[in-house]
Ligand binder design. Structure first.
Ligand code: PAF
Length: 288
């Protein structure tokens, strides 16, 4: 970003098109729902290394929230987000719902289905979440037309599905995945951390502590992780598992014992839990 460049705030496809026309060069894109924290800023810094210009979207996508979830209360902090991006990005794309979905109707854009992987793990308690997420990511890629899209590893299932979306439908876009950014005490950064009370936050640390037990032997590691988390009374596990990173299928189905894990396999350990009423995710990769 040149010294004289200043952050542009764009809202519509027309704004995006004139931003593209204004300056040649490659574009890196960081899609977000706002409420930015240091984890997002790490994505933006990585984006800066990868392209001439960086654009960050801020859009709370109604299509990926189920009834009863926190769509209405999801933190919307546009002024603070724009301020945080002022020196690190070239543009913010902050559309209204009707700029993304014609007439505000999500059915007006091509729909993408996450398939069987979308029904596991996060998809069990959030039916339709991944279809809505893929649909908006595809829509944003169509609108922003980046050369590279940058995502955080923390949402491992999302990253797996976005990788397939990009491989299958966006051959001019490459995907960059950035490691999870953690607080000094290990808590994975998340916009939802702000919902935690001080006490809940200290209970939530058990998730990153558990993931430090990840090893190349998922049988032992998963048992230890589960025991550790279950010993924390305020933390209710949704799942703790190890999946093959290339398929996102569990390598440790409880009903038939652990499958053989071939040497060189990357295992993605995933954990999700409710801490109070806040749902938190964390993940770590281990190569056997
Ligand atoms: O990870 C998120 O913040 C959202 O799922 C995304 C990728 C911005 C799509 O709404």
């Amino acid at each position: 970003m040149s010294d004289t460049a200043c952050l542009q705030v764009l809202h519509t496809q027309i704004d995006l098109d004139s931003w593209h026309a204004g300056e040649p060069g490659t574009v890196a894109f960081v899609p977000t729902m706002g409420a930015l924290h240091a984890g997002h800023l790490a994505l933006v810094r990585r984006a800066r290394d990868l392209a001439d210009r960086v654009i960050v979207s801020i859009f709370v996508n109604p299509l990926q929230f189920s009834a009863g979830e926190d769509f209405d209360s999801y933190p919307r902090t546009l002024d603070a987000d724009v301020a945080a991006l002022r020196d690190v990005a070239d543009a913010v794309f902050a559309p209204a719902i009707s700029d993304v979905y014609p007439d505000g109707d999500p059915r007006g854009v091509p729909q993408y289905a996450a398939g069987p992987v979308g029904e596991t793990f996060e998809g069990v308690s959030r039916p339709g979440h991944f279809d809505g997420m893929l649909t908006v990511v595809a829509r944003l890629l169509d609108m922003v037309k980046p050369d590279v899209a940058v995502f955080g590893q923390k949402d491992a299932q999302q990253v797996f599905l976005v990788r397939h979306l990009i491989d299958e439908h966006f051959d001019t876009v490459s995907l960059e995945v950035v490691p999870t950014v953690r607080e000094a005490d290990g808590l994975a950064m998340s916009s939802r951390n702000r919902y935690l009370s001080a006490e809940e936050r200290s209970h939530a640390l058990v998730l990153s502590r558990a993931l430090r037990l990840a090893s190349t032997d998922p049988t032992t590691a998963l048992a230890q992780m589960r025991a550790l988390i279950e010993a924390e009374p305020e933390v209710n596990i949704s799942y703790v598992d190890a999946v093959d990173a290339s398929t996102f299928r569990s390598v440790a189905p409880v009903d038939r014992g652990v499958d053989r894990v071939a040497p060189g396999t990357t295992l993605t350990y995933i954990v999700a839990a409710l801490v109070g009423t806040t749902r938190l995710l964390d993940t770590v990769d281990v190569t056997t």
